[in-house]
Write a protein that binds this ligand. Structure first.
Ligand SMILES: *Cc1c(COP(=O)(O)O)cnc(C)c1O
Length: 430
């Protein structure tokens, strides 16, 4: 794509692809191959020494994935992206691409359930400690940072209470302590928000949600803003010679690509030596999703706002949280950061508590009862007994997760059908 000023809708359809010169295929081909031919011995040697970039082996790179990566990087306004086998893998390999044994992470506490468990239970197995602080409690973040801290981690719209993170506030603290700010922006795809413009250094998405958009695959993607200086000796993975790469020091020895040290290390160490690769078939599914992302996100947001306003007035509903409601505590920040809509997730509390919430789950029509968000179809979940049941009661309360909370991922069905299904289920509780 020659014109770097294309708008989101155009980037979503074209970025990263040059029609295949051999077949002239208009759609992005799926390159189902394990390895790629070398042109000659010198070409092979240069590729292995990182003197030249090109395809080697499909654990590390694939031309189908490359289109997805370039397209997301452009949508995010980032320098480069890397796709991985799941959002969860994208998070784990991002953390372990920066932190090692003895290092600490300061994280918001309102995380996706799986991420919370990863940080609380899995990272300690690698000697990495996560310190949790309430979202936007900057005094607590400052207090949690010490000489061992190596990154700050937030989600744009937290799970499951939909608090909005003040990205610029976190970025100020991150800059002050020279720490990378990592943002999981899954709930706010790039047509709503580009965290890099607000100071994020690394942006993560689960592709499985709105970017894929149809509940048809698992994948994750990491985008590097290319604006963090890794040459600070405290980032030892970037400053000490890498035994797995001819003694390469990632922050120093990549020449004109030093600014891409993070994402190049993620590929050449994370993917190459540990192997959480996204299959090209899945990458193709996500490219299809990206093509209609701007359109879908607008409609998801439109439907979700109508649902939130409907629930707010419903006699069976105790409370509603949606960042797009002008009365919502998250609105001042969401209104500042979000463009084109407020996303597809609405949470609400049913009068009568957990038992009534479960009654709705068991009786609602149209909505699929499952643990996912971002499908084109409407979804419903009771997080406290499912996705967040790993958290202690105390941790649930600290994260604002109430037992009567139901989470809706509002789909693309006709809005009248969505409202009628909700109304009929809510009537059973009053
Ligand atoms: C789903 C999700 C993840 C995990 O992604 P997977 O692709 O399911 O591994 C991480 N963060 C958020 C906010 C999510 O919604």
């Amino acid at each position: 794509m020659s014109n770097q000023n294309y708008r989101h809708e155009t980037i979503a359809l074209h970025a990263g692809q040059v029609p295949d010169p051999t077949t002239l295929s208009r759609a992005v081909p799926v390159y189902r191959t394990t390895a790629f031919n070398f042109k000659n011995a010198e070409h092979a040697a240069n590729l292995f020494a990182l003197k030249e970039f090109g395809n080697i082996y499909a654990r590390l790179m694939n031309p189908t994935n490359d289109v997805l990566e370039q397209r997301i990087a452009q949508l995010e306004g980032g320098a480069a992206s890397l796709s991985l086998s799941s959002g969860t893998a994208a998070i784990f390999f991002t953390i372990t691409n920066i932190l090692k044994q003895g290092d600490e992470l300061v994280s918001a506490n309102n995380l996706y359930g799986g991420t919370f468990t990863q940080f609380e239970s899995i990272l300690p197995q690698y000697g990495i400690t996560a310190k949790f602080t309430a979202v936007n409690d900057f005094a607590a973040v400052e207090a949690a940072i010490n000489g061992k801290t190596r990154a700050i981690y937030i989600e744009t719209i937290g799970n499951p209470v939909l608090e909005f993170a003040d990205i610029e506030g976190y970025s100020r603290i991150a800059k002050k302590h020279h720490l990378p700010l990592i943002v999981d922006a899954t709930f706010t795809p790039p047509t709503l928000l580009r965290p890099i413009e607000h100071g994020a250094n690394i942006v993560i998405h689960s592709l499985s949600k709105w970017i894929g958009g149809h509940g048809t695959g698992i994948g994750g993607i990491v985008t590097d803003a290319g604006n963090f200086d890794w040459s600070d000796p405290k980032f030892s993975l970037y400053n000490e010679p890498d035994g797995g790469y001819h003694g390469l020091r990632f922050a120093h020895d990549l020449g004109s690509l030093n600014h891409l040290a993070f994402i190049l290390r993620l590929r050449t160490v994370g993917l190459r030596n540990v192997g959480p690769t996204l299959a090209p078939d899945a990458a193709w599914i996500f490219i299809q999703g990206v093509e209609t992302l701007p359109l879908r996100i607008r409609k998801h947001s439109e439907n979700a706002l109508i649902v939130a306003e409907f629930l707010q007035k419903h006699p069976a509903v105790a409370w509603v949280r949606y960042p797009g409601l002008k009365t919502d505590p998250a609105y001042p920040l969401a209104g500042k950061y979000l463009k084109n809509g407020f996303g597809g997730v609405v949470v609400f509390g049913v009068k009568g508590g957990s038992a009534e919430a479960v009654k709705i789950i068991n009786n609602i029509t149209l909505f699929s009862h499952l643990a996912n968000v971002g499908d084109a179809k409407s979804l419903i979940l009771h997080p406290s007994s499912t996705s967040h049941s790993q958290m202690s009661d105390e941790a649930q309360r600290a994260a604002g997760l109430h037992p009567e909370l139901l989470r809706l991922s509002v789909g693309l069905e006709h809005i009248d059908d969505i409202i009628e299904a909700l109304d009929a289920a809510l009537k059973l509780t009053v």
